[in-house]
Design a protein around this ligand. Structure first.
Ligand code: SF4
Length: 376
């Protein structure tokens, strides 16, 4: 568990804006939508938008300009936007250059929502509990525009799960193949039902690595998180990635619901079977409002019911002591350079690589195959 808290910076940023302008401030976005009242009170903006803001913002601004009364918090979550309403972003040279310089890639989205019910996750409450695909032709038009007008050819798809069970991702990939833009890309993947055939198709469209929401090390803790897949599924997907020489990173959290010292040991043993690929381990789970984990943490007296959660609070299973668990993880993770724990270790390595001018995911450079390096 390592705290990252950005609201103080948001508050400072608002102070800078206020020093230059007397215009009212409207805030929104995913973090804001998770705890709107508490964040609005903390940073002191005049108005907030809960949910998808791209349509409603225009009418708020029009009402403010016309001197009409605007409610402090506008709820834009009641009717999710349709594909036609999810418009193209306005691409700005300065903003794109900043993100490209920092990360080597630009974020894109092909769909919103998630039908899964992982206990700690806010995606379903933020974006709705079913996948809402965008107009794939329009998304690829945006990619083409960013490539043509700004010279950027590397992308990260921020969909909750790229490889949805309905196969929207395959339709989108076919559109990419058809347009043959010569881009490279990656995204968040679910380690289930992802075989060589699907990977081959995506690789032919520019997929160069996958980030896997493996989340836990054994079936008991995968169940505790309500992941809906098993560790055997994880190993199957891992094997397919190796066969296709697509580097994969597994993100695994220890200390969640139903974790015991026995499940930690079993999880570490299982992770030893994740051949070749990268594993990032985390200790403890951030508790966010409106999740099943939040209710469980209240029931188990890990947080008080009236805690706003504005300051990060973490769930650790009552069956383990965090320090002892961390020692167990460290003892295993120090054996391989592509297993990273604690997360600050990964950050240190990334900083060094960035200082040498490397950009992109960077963890993928840790993956090598028997016959040499993996990237063509
Ligand atoms: S963790 Fe991933 S799969 Fe689970 S609910 Fe969240 S977005 Fe969906």
């Amino acid at each position: 568990m390592e705290d990252a808290w950005f609201l103080a910076q948001a508050k400072e940023l608002l102070a800078v804006v206020r020093s230059k302008s007397s215009a009212p401030a409207i805030v929104g976005g995913s973090a804001f939508t998770i705890m709107p009242e508490a964040i609005l009170d903390y940073i002191g903006a005049e108005y907030g938008v809960v949910g998808e803001g791209e349509q409603v913002i225009s009418s708020i601004v029009a009402d403010l300009v016309a001197g009409k009364e605007v409610v402090r918090l506008t709820d834009a979550q009641t009717v999710p936007l349709s594909a036609a309403q999810m418009g193209s972003p306005r691409y700005d040279q300065d903003i794109l250059s900043y993100y490209h310089e920092e990360s080597g890639q630009i974020n894109m989205q092909t769909k919103r929502g998630c039908p899964h019910r992982c206990v700690y996750c806010t995606y379903p409450s933020l974006e709705g509990n079913k996948f809402r695909p965008q107009d794939f032709g329009a998304v690829v038009d945006d990619i083409e525009k960013v490539q043509r007008d700004f010279g950027i050819s590397s992308f990260f798809f921020t969909d909750s799960v790229f490889n949805d069970a309905k196969g929207y991702y395959l339709q989108f990939t076919e559109e990419l193949v058809k347009r043959d833009l010569g881009i490279t890309w990656t995204g968040f993947f679910r380690p289930q039902g992802l075989g060589r055939e699907e990977l081959q198709l995506m690789k032919s469209a520019g997929l160069y690595a996958v980030e896997l929401g493996t989340d836990a090390g054994c079936d008991a803790t995968l169940n505790g998180l309500q992941k809906g897949f098993t560790f055997a599924d994880v190993l199957e997907v891992n094997k397919a990635c190796i066969a296709e020489q697509i580097p994969a990173a597994h993100y695994v959290m220890f200390g969640g619901p139903d974790e015991t010292y026995e499940t930690v040991a079993e999880g570490l043993h299982n992770i030893e079977q994740i051949d070749t690929n990268v594993v990032f381990a985390f200790s403890g789970l951030r508790i966010l409002p409106g999740t099943e984990l939040h209710q469980r943490a209240i029931d188990e007296q890990i947080v008080a019911a009236d805690n706003s959660l504005l300051m990060p609070a973490y769930y650790f299973s009552p069956h383990i002591e965090a320090d002892k668990m961390n020692e167990m993880i460290l003892a295993t993770f120090k054996k391989r350079r592509e297993w990273i724990f604690p997360p600050s270790e990964g950050q240190k390595r990334l900083t060094v690589m960035r200082n040498f001018g490397y950009r992109g995911l960077l963890w993928d450079t840790l993956v090598t195959y028997d016959k040499g390096r993996r990237r063509s």
